[in-house]
Design a protein around this ligand. Structure first.
Ligand SMILES: [Zn+2]
Length: 381
């Protein structure tokens, strides 16, 4: 087997990844520090400004009803300002890695306008999510001390439903069109019948104007499940190789879902219970000048605790995810009975996406969702 990269290509792959590892290392150390500083020094001034400005913005009875009293505008403003400040700190790094670094290494084709539009869209969606969080979590917590398990159960049920609307989410960013009739569609259809995987449609995602990367995923579940292949993947792979990626994704469909769902629900409810603890402690001890339960000034502290929890949980979820990738690879090879196509598909995907064959061990342990490509290739029989 010839090596994945020539020496020259490998140097380029390393030049692409090295700064990303450095950033990831710094991110690991600096994110908690930045959040601690924000909690300590930004909470009070942000609140003073929000309180003053919020009073003038408060109109309409609907929001006051949702919020259970006055003060919703100040709370919302505070939350938006806090997250705005937090992401502004990161913005130059985000733009450099998302745009300049990707272009320098030939991975991105996005024009500045497209990049900017995508970023604005994602920030707007994020702000909407913050609004929903503030009204949902704080609004409910202001009404009842039972909010943490009520919200925990409701959110867990909602998560089951939300996978059904997955197919619509990615269309916010990129156009999708049905895969035209032909041998590829026919072969995918019979392969999925063999795999006993229902699906609604096969779509082509038009990403070629943005990225050179090959991408494939399944979105939705049961009757809404959509098989999504990007245009570069269809152009760059043979039919057998495309089938190998679809078979791999089908392997994920058959994974047992309930342990993860139950685990997520338990972790979520435990976290919400911890927040209730912070609500009570902040009132008792008068943190940030708080005199009532469920004051939005606890939000930066909640984000800090959440982030630390996520950092500790990522190595575990990453390890589970990597095991599942191996299982999906084995499934795909067994389903297609074509290890050769699977191998050449992985090699093409690795080369096009400039995957690092040997990422540093700490980067893997920190929570990489996929095993290093060299190890995936080595595991193919
Ligand atoms: Zn996978």
């Amino acid at each position: 087997m010839e090596p994945l990269y020539t020496a020259q290509e490998l140097a380029e792959v390393e030049a692409y990844h090295q700064p990303r590892y450095v950033a990831s290392c710094l991110d690991f150390a600096l994110t908690p520090l930045v959040l601690i500083l924000l909690v300590r020094f930004a909470t009070k001034p942000l609140w003073r400004f929000s309180e003053r400005t919020g009073v003038r913005l408060e109109r309409g009875p609907i929001f006051a009803k949702l919020w259970n009293g006055p003060g919703w505008a100040a709370a919302l403003l505070f939350a938006l300002l806090f997250f705005g400040l937090y992401s502004a700190i990161d913005l130059p790094v985000e733009i450099w890695f998302g745009y300049f670094h990707e272009h320098e290494h030939g991975l991105s084709r996005a024009s500045p306008a497209v990049f900017l539009a995508d970023m604005v869209k994602s920030k707007i969606l994020f702000a909407l999510a913050i609004g929903a969080l503030v009204f949902g979590l704080f609004g409910l917590a202001r009404r009842t001390v039972h909010w943490w398990w009520l919200l925990g159960v409701a959110a867990s049920v909602l998560m089951l439903v939300s996978t059904a609307i997955d197919p619509y989410r990615s269309r916010i960013y990129v156009d999708q069109t049905p895969l035209p009739p032909g041998t590829l569609r026919d072969r995918i259809t019979s392969l999925m019948a063999e795999a006993k995987v229902d699906f609604a449609d096969v779509k082509v995602e038009h990403t070629a104007s943005r990225t050179v990367r090959l991408q494939a995923y399944f979105a939705g579940t049961g009757p809404t499940r959509t098989i999504v292949l990007n245009d570069s993947l269809i152009a760059g792979l043979t039919e057998d190789e495309v089938l190998a990626t679809v078979a791999h994704e089908a392997g994920h469909v058959h994974e047992p879902r309930w342990p993860a769902r139950l685990g997520t629900a338990i972790v979520l409810i435990a976290f919400l219970f911890t927040i209730e603890g912070m609500f009570r402690a902040s009132r008792r001890r008068g943190w940030f000048g708080i005199t009532e339960r469920a004051d939005v000034r606890t939000l930066p502290l909640i984000v800090l605790v959440f982030t630390l929890g996520l950092m500790m949980g990522n190595p575990i979820s990453g390890a589970i995810s990597r095991e599942r990738e191996y299982a999906a690879d084995r499934y795909a090879i067994a389903l297609t009975k074509n290890a050769e196509a699977f191998r050449s598909m992985l090699r093409k995907a690795a080369r096009t996406n400039k995957m690092d064959p040997t990422p540093p061990r700490w980067a893997v342990w920190r929570g990489m969702s996929h095993p290093p490509i060299s190890e995936r290739l080595a595991a193919i029989p």
